[in-house]
Design a protein around this ligand. Structure first.
Ligand code: SF4
Length: 497
């Protein structure tokens, strides 16, 4: 087992976590499956199940990829002042690159938004981060966000798992939800949070930061960049500050660090989260570090040019044509005739996350706004168009778009790619929604795939000509043999899961 995964496993075992749930997606699928986590239909439901477990005294963990934070944001924000029971941690995987996502989102920004703590460990710090996250969660009755990046999870070091021992609060029987919070109003709960929880988190942030003082220049490093920064700081005689908490930041320590150094570089990713909180530092915003993954040479160059205040220049924007696609629709895919038929149809076509993204270069779909989005998007087209959605995406959040379309008598053809697995994230079984769909749209059509392109084209054009919601289920069996381990859960230049 990879070093990073080993650290997380050991910490969860020591903490006594009793419930783990997840939504598959790069870069967290491997971790979740190695833990035997329970798959959830979407991230909001996963987090709600974990809240229920926490309320009844079960320490719980929710594992999602960065885009999943957007789905669970509602109960997450509410739970901050609502309070929880036993420790509850959201482990979110940010995709540096990105390699298997449509965007390079930085989940740390959910810290200030929800007023919840965010820990951002490097791989060697994972054990400490997991135990600290559960300690803070259970002692303060809040969920804690544990942000890891793809580089951290892929760390293959084989060093021993070391921890400072379990915090005393985690050695006791896990807490349960305390109803007395309802003695306070919503405003009172927020006041309590600001008066009690935030200062306690600030102290935890200060005491967990690591400082290594050396020279006139300093580096503040977070997450996967830390091991590189340690090497480069030693080479260049620079000081290093490593906060474990990205939110709240250890501001007293940081201000002291800034005061002691003439120049300070912030090395983090994927976004300029810490840098955007500080004045006069160097980093991505000043052009000292590139967008995407940071390498040791990037750090060396940035430190050698740290005396220059602004290095922003022309950015070479990466194009799909300039980078060979890592994947396209698999050879022998039973749904290939559908994509070919779609590429010939003159109507707006909304695609969805999943295999459909692989068809973008074929011109099969026009836009993809994320998992479960296509039916809602196509419902807004000026003239009747087509939504293509996979069966997992439909269960995830697409079904609400379908209900809305039926409710408001939208004109939309819904084509469901039905293979009963989440093919791009590791063939997880998908819940069978066919009876639900039949109840919602009694005259739905079923097409066994592969079917002739002309027949598929005719069915879709018939659908475009008749008013209302037209539902076609394209049933086939995924022929993709397996996912290579280096693919993670996804993959092509457009991002999948
Ligand atoms: S993973 Fe399966 S469903 Fe997706 S393109 Fe490949 S064969 Fe088709």
């Amino acid at each position: 087992m990879r070093g990073a995964l080993k650290q997380i496993h050991q910490a969860l075992m020591d903490v006594g976590v009793g419930y783990i749930t997840y939504v598959p997606g790069y870069p967290v699928t491997d971790l979740a499956q190695s833990l035997g986590a329970e798959i959830a239909v979407n991230e909001k439901v996963a987090f709600e199940c974990a809240l229920g477990a926490s309320a009844t005294g079960v320490r719980s963990l929710v594992i999602v990829k960065q885009l999943g934070m957007n789905i669970l944001a509602d109960p997450l924000a509410i739970s901050a002042t609502h309070t929880t029971g036993a420790g509850i941690v959201v482990l979110v995987g940010d995709d540096l690159g990105p390699r298997g996502s449509q965007i390079e989102m930085d989940s740390r920004f959910y810290g200030p938004l929800t007023e919840l703590p965010v820990l951002d460990p490097s791989a060697p710090d994972l054990y400490r981060a997991v135990t600290e996250a559960f300690r803070a969660s259970e002692e303060l009755s809040i969920p804690v966000i544990l942000r890891v990046t793809s580089d951290v999870l892929e760390d293959a070091s084989t060093g021993p798992v070391t921890g400072a021992g379990m915090p005393p609060s985690l050695q006791q029987t896990p807490r349960r939800f305390d109803r007395s919070i309802w003695d306070l109003t919503a405003k009172g709960r927020h006041q309590r949070h600001l008066a009690n929880v935030v200062p306690a988190l600030s102290e935890a942030s200060e005491s967990s930061a690591r400082l290594d003082l050396r020279g006139n220049a300093g580096v503040i490093a977070s997450g996967s960049v830390v091991p590189l920064a340690e090497t480069v700081c030693e080479e260049t005689g620079s000081s290093l500050l490593v906060p474990l908490y990205s939110h709240p930041l250890p501001m007293r320590t940081i201000e002291r660090f800034l005061g002691m150094h003439r120049f300070v570089l912030v090395a983090e990713g994927p976004g300029p989260f810490i840098e955007s909180h500080l004045k006069g530092v160097r980093g991505r915003l000043t052009g000292h570090l590139p967008c995407g993954c940071i390498r040791a040479d990037d750090l060396r160059t940035a430190i050698s040019l740290i005396h220059i205040s602004d290095l922003r220049g022309r950015v070479e924007v990466e194009t799909a044509a300039g980078r060979p696609a890592r994947r396209s629709i698999c050879e022998g895919c039973p749904f290939l005739p559908l994509y070919t038929a779609l590429s010939r149809i003159d109507a707006p076509i909304a695609g969805d996350a999943g295999c459909t993204i692989l068809s973008l270069r074929m011109g099969a779909v026009d836009m993809v706004y994320g998992l479960g989005s296509s039916i809602g998007v196509a419902s807004g087209f000026r003239d009747k168009g087509i939504a293509i959605v996979g069966d997992y995406a439909l269960a995830h959040t697409g079904i609400q778009g379908l209900i809305n379309a039926i409710w408001h008598r939208k004109n939309v053809v819904v084509g469901v790619i039905w293979n009963r697995v989440a093919a791009m994230t590791g063939f997880q079984e998908v819940f069978d929604l066919e009876p639900v769909l039949r109840a919602l749209v009694p005259d739905m059509r079923i097409v066994e795939m592969p079917a002739p392109e002309q027949e598929i084209e005719r069915i879709l054009i018939d659908g475009l000509r008749s008013p209302g919601v037209s539902l076609v289920i394209f049933k086939g069996t995924c022929t993709r043999p397996t996912i290579r381990s280096d693919e993670g859960s996804s993959t092509d230049e457009h991002g999948i899961s």
